[in-house]
Ligand binder design. Structure first.
Ligand code: 5GP
Length: 190
């Protein structure tokens, strides 16, 4: 998606350790017209797939998922990272290793909100090693729900997640795939 690529080039900052900082438009301050265009693009890419729910993970996925959901007309469910007294009843849990924080955490989704009748699109801001996606897919497997695919804003194609998950047959659509990046340049796959 050219608009997103242009924004990454103009406002993205490459940090040490292969981290792309996009907090001026994607995951701290949010560019709403850009989010809207991303939502429309996800709707175009997954058109006709009879999606019943969008699943994402807090915190950065929530905004993207909510704006996109308006174009699918379905609810958004987000996996919680924090244990909370409000998260009562039965829950699905899965372990995720965080790329940006370098530690493991548990994600939780109430069994009330995902069932085997659901056809689910996962949406997230980044795909790096694929651990967040694997954790969300694991929750869908526990629920017996159907995974339609994953819509990702920025995929770091030089990390292994996208290739490994596509090899498993998962339909991953990324709006911008970075082939390589360093402090001086960011190169997209196409
Ligand atoms: P993965 O689980 O695929 O290794 O990493 C995906 C998660 O890590 C995303 O949900 C995102 O929050 C975070 N992440 C991975 N790489 C980056 C990055 O380069 N920049 C930022 N801002 N977040 C990242």
């Amino acid at each position: 998606m050219q608009l997103l690529k242009d924004k990454i080039i103009s406002d993205g900052i490459v940090k040490a350790g292969g981290v792309l900082k996009v907090d001026s438009f994607l995951n701290h301050q949010i560019d709403i017209p850009l989010y809207n265009e991303m939502g429309k693009e996800f709707a175009r890419l997954f058109k006709g797939q009879e999606i019943t729910k969008i699943l994402t993970i807090e915190a950065s996925g929530i905004g993207i998922a909510c704006i996109a959901a308006q174009y699918f007309n379905v609810p958004v469910v987000f996996a919680k990272k924090m244990q909370s007294k409000n998260l009562d009843g039965e829950i699905y849990t899965s372990q995720v290793h965080s790329f940006t924080h370098g530690k493991d955490y548990t994600i939780r989704v109430s069994k009330k909100f995902i069932s085997k009748a659901d056809r689910v699109l996962i949406i997230d801001d980044f795909l790096a090693n694929g651990k967040a996606l694997i954790g969300l897919i694991n929750i869908l497997e526990q629920a017996g729900a159907t995974l339609v695919g994953a819509g990702i804003a920025i995929e770091k194609g030089f990390q292994e997640g996208g290739r490994a998950l596509r090899e498993q047959g998962i339909n991953i659509q990324s709006l911008a795939i970075i082939k390589e990046m360093d402090e001086n340049k960011i190169v997209f796959k196409d």
